[in-house]
Design a protein around this ligand. Structure first.
Ligand code: MSP
Length: 534
């Protein structure tokens, strides 16, 4: 039986257009999903759009259209991007879909029935831009200003339904203690642990000051707080609150292995979400991974600075360097750790040239060319049966599997590069082009080139989740088939290309002019997103 694996991205606000932040989270999730599928697991990869709330209501009003129209327009744009970027999500959930709404209401009924939600009066500090309430302590720490927009927090009083978050402090602390990798990276986990020490206060989870949201069951005038509505997407997409035909048979995908998110939305995912799941008697996800931010040329990205990496900018990169190059840069150079990562065109170019052109492109092309020249393109035999390679390769594949398991994409990306580097080193050392001059060397030449080809194929397997298009070309050129078409036990093994198999020379990554992306970040100054991002 196939084991399953589940990964999610945040669901994206529809009052913004797709940009590098969305592209990043979605691309790294896609790399992981493809890797798991390649290993034969049954993967559920979820993304979607977050369509309710004041922000959407206001943006729509400013454009003179209905919130639903705005949501439809932008959700379609996000869906288009998923397709044009060949992202392999299993579903795309929209929070205005009936299947989601009905289950959110069902979950709220359950929460009320279990006494985890009650009606009360709230007075507190509210960040209008983020639609987030802060405790007195936290508000003081923030100097009574939004950490995101810098605008003053406002004092708000409302009669609302509350979620009894305070009742879960102990259990969350226990879960943290028992699961040291529940939140990653560790710096972020420590932040959450620190904030938890303040104690947890109950949170209002309905609003009465706007209407663009899901109606709270049996409470006229109350609309469900957009964050509660949004977090529940992770389980409504799997039909855990009832579902419909589209979600049937998906219960097995819960709990998720990874929720991939940005650092600014960690509190919701690391504290509120686990408490909600506990209140609903549902298991918790294995890991909430909170990456940091892309900045551009050392500065925060913003429309006014003209350094914003928006969709048109991303599309310029993919048309110049190719989609795989974009994915490679996202997955290997991004802000996966606790520090922000700088996006700039020169760096992009250097990474493209050194990793993709000079290593991933060049090594297979060299090997393919020599087999073409000396053995008419047919894999010669290896009397040495791989020598040290089977052992070495098996170790590298083990390392790759472990890295993927830990969501260490950078570590996993190095595995394929390492193997190709070792092939290059072997070629430089053994100089097959010199051996080829004397027919007496043919057996040795055959062994060397057979081994090179076997390792190149295997490196391609390890690189394929990162560079699926060129990875497929590489697999085909070296007598294999791309993706999960073959069982993992065979794909991961050294030496599966049979003697006599046709090996082709491949040109995977062409050189690109260093000046192809003119400005430093490559951002197009006139096409910022609707809003500045932090
Ligand atoms: N709707 C909420 C999430 C609800 S999940 C239950 C939301 N949406 S968002 O559209 O703002 O999310 C954007 C995602 O992109 C977040 O993961 C965020 O961290 C990420 N990024 C936004 N700007 C970014 C950068 N400059 N760099 C990297 N990622 C950043 O939040």
């Amino acid at each position: 039986m196939l084991t399953s694996a589940t990964i999610t991205t945040p669901i994206y606000y529809v009052n913004d257009r797709p940009h590098i932040g969305h592209a990043y989270t979605t691309t790294i999730s896609d790399v992981w999903a493809r890797a798991q599928r390649g290993m034969g697991r049954d993967v559920f990869f979820l993304t979607g759009t977050d369509e309710h709330g004041v922000k959407v209501e206001k943006s729509a009003a400013a454009r003179g259209i209905s919130p639903q129209q705005l949501a439809d327009e932008n959700a379609a744009e996000f869906q288009r991007v998923m397709r044009t970027f060949a992202l392999t999500n299993s579903d795309f959930i929209r929070t205005t879909e009936p299947r989601h709404i009905a289950q959110v209401q069902e979950f709220l009924r359950r929460l009320v029935a279990r006494g985890a939600v009650y009606l009360g009066t709230f007075e507190g500090w509210y960040d209008e831009g983020q639609e987030e309430y802060h405790t007195e302590n936290r508000a003081r720490e923030l100097n009574y200003k939004s950490p995101i927009s810098g605008k003053p927090l406002v004092r708000a009083t409302e009669q609302n339904y509350y979620f009894k978050l305070s009742a879960f402090s102990e259990r969350i602390a226990q879960h943290y203690a028992a699961n040291p990798t529940f939140v990653r990276p560790v710096e972020r986990f420590n932040e959450m642990i620190g904030r938890m020490r303040d104690g947890l206060q109950d949170v209002p989870i309905t609003r009465t000051n706007f209407s663009w949201g899901i109606a709270m069951p049996d409470a006229p005038g109350h609309v469900v707080y957009v964050w509660i509505d949004a977090l529940l997407n992770y389980v409504t997409a799997l039909g855990l609150g009832g579902g419909d035909a589209s979600t049937q048979g998906r219960e097995k995908y819960w709990p998720a292995d990874y929720h991939i998110i940005g650092k600014e939305i960690l509190w919701f995912h690391a504290v509120i979400w686990p408490a909600l799941l506990m209140a609903l008697d549902l298991p918790l996800p294995r890991c909430v991974y909170a990456h940091s931010f892309w900045i551009a040329d050392g500065q925060k990205m913003s429309k006014s600075l003209g350094n914003f990496v928006d969709l048109p900018t991303i599309e310029r990169y993919t048309s110049v360097y190719g989609l795989d190059a974009w994915r490679w840069y996202m997955a290997t150079q991004g802000p996966i750790a606790a520090t922000d990562a700088d996006f700039n065109a020169r760096h992009f170019h250097e990474v493209y040239t050194s990793s993709l052109v000079n290593t991933v492109g060049n090594c297979p092309s060299r090997v393919g060319a020599m087999i073409g020249k000396y053995f008419a393109g047919s894999l010669p035999t290896d009397a040495d049966r791989g020598g040290q390679w089977p052992q070495k390769c098996s170790e590298v594949v083990d390392r790759w599997e472990r890295s993927m398991e830990r969501f260490d994409l950078v570590g996993a990306s190095r595995c394929g590069i390492d193997l190709l580097g070792q092939v290059d080193a072997m070629i430089n050392e053994t100089e097959p082009f010199k051996l080829a001059k004397d027919p007496a060397n043919t057996p040795r030449l055959s062994s060397i080139l057979n081994q090179c080809a076997q390792v190149v194929r295997l490196a391609g397997v390890l690189l394929e989740p990162f560079i699926p298009q060129r990875g497929a070309d590489l697999a085909t050129a070296f007598g294999g088939s791309p993706g999960a078409a073959t069982a993992w036990a065979d794909r991961r093994r050294y030496g599966t290309i049979q003697d006599g198999t046709a090996i082709h020379k491949v040109a995977l990554f062409p050189r690109v002019e260093a000046t192809a992306m003119a400005s430093s970040s490559g951002a197009s100054p006139s096409t910022g997103s609707d809003q500045p991002r932090q």
